[in-house]
Design a protein around this ligand. Structure first.
Ligand code: GH3
Ligand code: MG
Ligand code: MG
Ligand code: MG
Length: 313
């Protein structure tokens, strides 16, 4: 029996999702060759509630950036094989990491060297030795600002989901990660059925409500590690790490049933709406993000041709 859509609860869920997760611990990647010092900084930042990972060998830096997703990098300058400035420049070569603040934390006392470092890829320079309070405050302020800016830039304002380019970037990252860790990854492409009719019959504002309701439902039903994006006007993409295509199909079938059961009440009468979805997973080791998106899109098209309101895997 169809249940009326509880828009208050949906909006509430949406609001929670559209706020950045300021409650989640800030993730700090510390690059320093000095073990004793690194352990000291880790302890101080952890005591302040942050998650800290330490890279001693620069060769491990890029992998760690991929896996750890830091909010901020604390970079030593003088290290045996590389300079921290070179490493910061290396990080800046990758667009994915442009938004991560890099703070040099160094015993370098020559002010012209400090300025030179700042002008090359860094965002700030703080001197060693540093007091615990200054370290925590510097990292906290920068990480908080970075998270707010990143959230504002990557979220679709109507639904709070990732924007087109950002969900694509997340699919790319997750496909790469799945390949390296030899784990499954699935993606789903979702499109509302006969949505033009909703707009035509009830108006654009009601159409927007339906889009937001589906966004909320996806957010409620998927895990926090799953990426969800508004790929187009009434089209969504989700990436599900460590999830087989069979499991993804089961999950999306449940979401499909829940969504089809919602009743939207309007002044012009009540109505229900459905969606169709295509699911894909890595079917060969050399599959890239684009292959998964293309196959999911083909299966979505099949689902439409087969009569809509279905999930094809
Ligand atoms: P199909 O089942 O084949 O997908 O039919 P459809 O009518 O949904 O066709 P299609 O996906 O091509 O149409 C998308 C429609 O969604 C067209 C556009 O007016 C509407 N739309 C796109 N973005 C928005 C939006 O932000 N708000 C509203 N209200 N409508 C939108
Ligand atoms: Mg050093
Ligand atoms: Mg549609
Ligand atoms: Mg469409």
């Amino acid at each position: 029996f169809p249940t009326p859509v509880d828009l208050i609860a949906l909006e509430d869920c949406l609001n929670r999702y559209t706020q950045p997760h300021q409650d989640a611990a800030y993730r700090v990647l510390l690059v320093d060759d000095d073990q004793a010092l690194a352990q000291r900084y880790c302890a101080v930042l952890q005591a302040a509630g942050m998650l800290v990972d330490w890279v001693q060998r620069p060769e491990a830096l890029l992998d760690r950036l991929h896996d750890f997703h830091p909010d901020l990098v604390l970079m030593d300058i003088h290290m045996p094989d590389y300079s921290g400035i070179e490493l910061a420049q290396l990080i800046r070569l990758n667009d994915h990491w442009l938004r991560i603040p890099i703070i040099y934390l160094s015993a370098e006392t020559d002010s012209s060297q400090q300025l030179a470092a700042l002008l090359k890829a860094g965002d700030d320079f703080v001197s060693k030795p540093i007091s615990d309070q200054t370290l925590v405050a510097t990292v906290y302020a920068r990480a908080q600002r970075a998270r707010l800016v990143s959230h504002a830039l990557t979220r679709d304002s109507m639904t709070g989901l990732l924007k087109h380019a950002d969900i694509k970037e997340q699919v790319e990252l997750e496909v790469e990660r799945a390949r390296r860790q030899q784990l499954p990854v699935s993606i789903a492409m979702v499109d509302l059925d006969h949505f033009k009719r909703v707009n035509d019959n009830y108006g654009h504002a009601v159409g927007d409500t339906v889009i937001r309701a589906l966004a909320s439902l996806l957010r409620q039903r998927l895990r926090r590690i799953d990426g969800i994006g508004r790929y187009g006007g009434e089209e969504f993409v989700a990436v599900l790490p460590n999830c087989t295509s069979q499991d993804a199909q089961d999950i999306f079938d449940q979401i499909r049933e829940a969504f089809a059961g919602l009743v939207f009440r309007t002044a012009d009468g009540n109505f229900q709406c459905t969606f169709s979805a295509g699911i894909s997973a890595c079917e060969a080791p050399d599959w890239e993000c684009e292959d998964l998106l293309e196959v999911a899109d083909q299966r979505l098209y099949l689902a439409k041709r087969n009569g809509r309101n279905q999930v094809i895997c």
